[in-house]
Design a protein around this ligand. Structure first.
Ligand code: FES
Ligand code: MG
Length: 569
């Protein structure tokens, strides 16, 4: 033992306080010697039956414990708030920062020396990382892993992506409601996260590319026995990380974020990675801005998974997973330390691609330049984003009249009106779906195509909003417009019939209305009253930062690594 362990402030005291900390833990049958100064490893678990994507994490926690015991540590599992993306209203994103607070304060208040973060579903991974980074004890991630590929009527179907597709087909009269409902059971056949390259698998891939998990963590299916072995190995490794004092701040450097941005482009990852990486960077004090995401702009799309491609996460795993992507990125990768202590390039060493249609090479990509594009202009002075790999190329340079929905209720009530004055060229605009407005910045930015156009076979249109969209979604969808409408952004001033110009190549999003007219509209604009007036949601609305700052709470930016010295009794 080199360094004096943090846990000695709880379990090493030969006084009343030490008695209290140890004695109550002993009611679980722990013998004296586990309090001898060995590393205490917290296993921070987001298991919940209401987060089906994380329902395998109790098993994985047992795997982590085996590894911790084997390496001479003392594992202690604890629950934190879980965020079920598909179950929570108005959106799990409203609670990402609450989970981060739960994680941060739990780690700080308890006598642990290092932490294993067990998460998976979209908001659980960033929420846990943000919280852990703000305490900065040695930390490592084990992800849920993806569900087995969806199977229905002899075909592979993908979480989320095929929900959006089938739902449009039902509206177009091309699929029966009975078939639609039958597909539910085929889509989700095992524990695990969405098996498309949605936000969960995106974040797991970026965690791996940043070196915050062991190699292969992202793609191994949830139910693959090798994931249990990876949990075991992670338990062993965190004990060593405590001895080495290898902390998130050593791993989550600017270079690691740049590697994540390039990896996100190469895997065709979720737009949601933007808000999560920005928020995480804010916690560790890395100067990351939307502009840095342009680094991904020139990276080709290599991974052929839905929604940008056709395969699913099981295929990605069997083709070699993230290590192969890192190998393809090659010299572009920045030098950065990983949880193994070495450089990230070690993850790529020995990687071999077993299916070059699933993971393409740099010489044979699916799309030549696939990274997210940042758009700016008077409609988004602080930026907006679009994901070209999931968009229609022809729409990425476009100018047309806007049709405006003032709220999500307005959209739901009117989108299928047969006399809606829209054509396939129209730019659909939705307001009131930003962090403060909804609140929580939900995944409604991929608004449905108007019913009358769906029936004509239209499957994509430009859509502009202050919302996010699911990582599993597709289309020419311009998201995260900042400032949002409810913060008084120009978005609030758009009227039906205004012309909007979009140029992904030039990075432009312009409302073609003259400044005097906009000023007059701005003077007449009145903010709508907040949708929540008490509790956490009120605190969130009062303190949430805009999307271009990661939608963290203003008072949570940064970290506090000071020891807690005051005792409870
Ligand atoms: Fe949980 Fe997709 S809904 S990972
Ligand atoms: Mg989602």
């Amino acid at each position: 033992m080199t360094n004096e362990k943090r846990n000695r402030g709880w379990y090493g005291k030969l006084d009343k306080d030490g008695f209290i900390h140890r004695s109550w833990m002993k009611n679980q049958g722990f013998p004296d010697h586990v309090f001898d100064g060995r590393p205490v490893i917290g296993i921070c678990n987001t298991w919940s039956e209401l987060t089906p994507c994380n329902s395998g994490l109790r098993d994985l926690a047992e795997g982590v414990k085996r590894g911790v015991w084997e390496a001479g540590g003392f594992p202690v599992e604890f629950p934190v708030m879980s965020l079920g993306e598909t179950q929570m209203k108005p959106t799990a994103m409203l609670f990402r920062n609450l989970l981060a607070m739960d994680v941060e304060e739990s780690i700080r208040a308890y006598g642990m020396d290092g932490v294993v973060l067990l998460g998976g579903c979209d908001k659980t991974t960033p929420g846990q990382l943000m919280g852990a980074a703000s305490v900065d004890l040695p930390s490592i991630v084990v992800s849920s892993g993806p569900m087995l590929n969806g199977k229905w009527k002899g075909q592979d179907i993908g979480s989320g992506t095929d929900v959006w597709k089938f739902s449009e087909q039902v509206r177009a009269g091309e699929m029966t409601l009975q078939d639609f409902m039958n597909a539910e059971s085929g889509m989700s056949r095992s524990k695990g996260v969405c098996m498309t390259m949605g936000t969960a698998s995106t974040m797991a891939s970026l965690v791996e590319a940043m070196g915050m998990s062991l190699p292969t963590n992202a793609a191994l299916p949830a139910v693959d026995a090798r994931r249990m072995a990876l949990a075991h190995m992670t338990g062993k490794r965190i004990v060593e990380m405590v001895e080495e004092d290898l902390k998130p701040s050593d791993i989550l450097t600017k270079e690691a974020f740049e590697n994540a941005i390039m990896t996100n482009a190469a895997v065709g990852g979720s737009t949601n990675a933007v808000v999560h990486l920005l928020a995480l960077a804010g916690r560790v004090g890395v100067d990351l801005s939307l502009k840095d995401f342009e680094l991904g702009g020139e990276i080709p799309l290599l991974v052929n998974c839905m929604p940008s491609g056709k395969y699913l996460m099981e295929d990605f795993c069997y083709a070699g997973g993230v290590p192969v992507v890192l190998k393809e990125l090659g010299d572009r990768l920045r030098s950065a330390t990983t949880c193994l202590g070495g450089d990230i390039s070690v993850y790529a060493d020995g990687a071999e691609c077993y299916n070059d249609d699933v993971i393409r090479s740099m010489e044979n990509p699916l799309k030549p330049a696939a990274g997210l594009r940042v758009l700016r202009g008077n409609l988004a002075p602080n930026g907006a984003i679009v994901k070209p790999s999931a968009a229609t190329d022809a729409l990425l340079e476009h100018e047309a009249e806007a049709f405006v929905f003032e709220s999500i209720e307005d959209l739901k009530a009117n989108i299928d009106n047969e006399d809606l004055p829209v054509t396939p060229d129209t730019i659909l605009v939705l307001k009131g779906c930003g962090p403060k407005g909804y609140p929580g910045m939900p995944e409604v930015g991929n608004m449905p195509i108007p019913g009358k156009l769906v029936k004509q076979g239209v499957r994509d249109m430009i859509r502009v909003s202050d919302a996010r969209m699911s990582g599993t979604a597709y289309g020419t969808v311009i998201l995260h417009v900042s400032p949002e409408a409810n913060a008084g952004g120009t978005l609030a001033l758009v009227k039906t019939g205004d012309r909007i110009r979009v140029s992904a190549s030039k990075g432009e999003l312009e409302l073609l209305v003259d400044e005097a007219e906009l000023e007059a509209r701005r003077a007449a604009w009145e903010p709508e009253p907040p949708h929540y007036t008490r509790g956490y949601a009120k605190m969130y609305i009062d303190h949430v930062l805009q999307a271009d700052k990661g939608a963290d709470l203003d008072f949570l930016v940064g970290k506090d690594t000071r020891p807690v010295t005051r005792e409870s009794h």
